[in-house]
Design a protein around this ligand. Structure first.
Ligand code: CDP
Length: 208
């Protein structure tokens, strides 16, 4: 069984996907961590993100054992990830790993931007998790405040809007809801409510 969960930044899809995987006893892959790791590797070796050749080389030699690094969640890395994610050869280099992971028994949950559309178009369950930009900015702002990162709410909202535009506007595997994905709008939901709604969607889908 493959569960594909896509959606924009700070929609809650990561927390939700992790919780669903645990609940159902499935393997979980945060595919954003792959793009984050490529950006981290390029920057830590002193390459510029517009040095396509170097960034693609980082993607081709990515070590999956390095995906647990806490540094991947640093604010600047998310923006950098979104930039390297626009390079088609980077996406191509990461595709095999994601598809192999998806096929692991007894089943998997993958979250990202293009899981239901490109990585696992035949997934058993597809969800597109979203929330208004204002609500996502509020969540990210609180997260960053708790982590001691100083950034105003207005700047956080602007970053969310810029990232949405970049992720949805790129030519290669843009962020979009697959035609057969269920929409889960979590604007008015806390994580427990979103989890209950997601489990309801999954049950409905697999009993069909
Ligand atoms: O947690 P957050 O939503 O902020 O970001 P993430 O899921 O870790 O993804 C970081 C960036 O990687 C995104 O802005 C996308 O540009 C890119 N990404 C992608 O292109 N395709 C995926 N399947 C996952 C992430």
């Amino acid at each position: 069984m493959i569960i594909a969960i896509d959606g924009p930044a700070a929609s809650g899809k990561g927390t939700l996907a992790r919780k669903i995987a645990k609940h159902l006893g499935l393997h979980y892959l945060d595919t954003g961590s792959l793009y984050r790791a490529v950006a981290r590797d390029a920057l830590s070796r002193g390459f510029r993100l517009d040095d396509t050749w170097a960034v693609v080389a980082m993607a081709r030699s990515l070590d999956p054992a390095s995906l647990d690094d806490a540094g991947l969640r640093e604010p600047g890395i998310g923006e950098a990830a979104s930039r390297v994610a626009g390079i088609p050869e980077v996406r191509a280099a990461l595709l095999d790993y994601q598809r192999h992971f998806a096929a692991r028994p007894p089943g998997t949950v993958l979250d990202g931007r293009d899981i239901g559309t490109v990585v696992c178009p035949d997934a058993d369950v597809k969800m597109f998790v979203t929330a208004t930009p204002e609500e996502r900015a509020r969540r990210r702002f609180l997260e960053r405040q708790a982590a001691g990162v100083e950034m105003t709410y207005e700047d956080t909202l602007q970053l969310i809007r810029d990232r949405d535009a970049r992720d949805a506007g790129r030519e290669s595997a843009p962020m979009r809801r697959a035609d057969d994905a269920d929409l889960l709008d979590t604007t008015e939901m806390d994580i427990e409510a979103a989890f209950d709604a997601a489990v309801g969607l999954i049950k409905r889908k697999i009993s069909q």
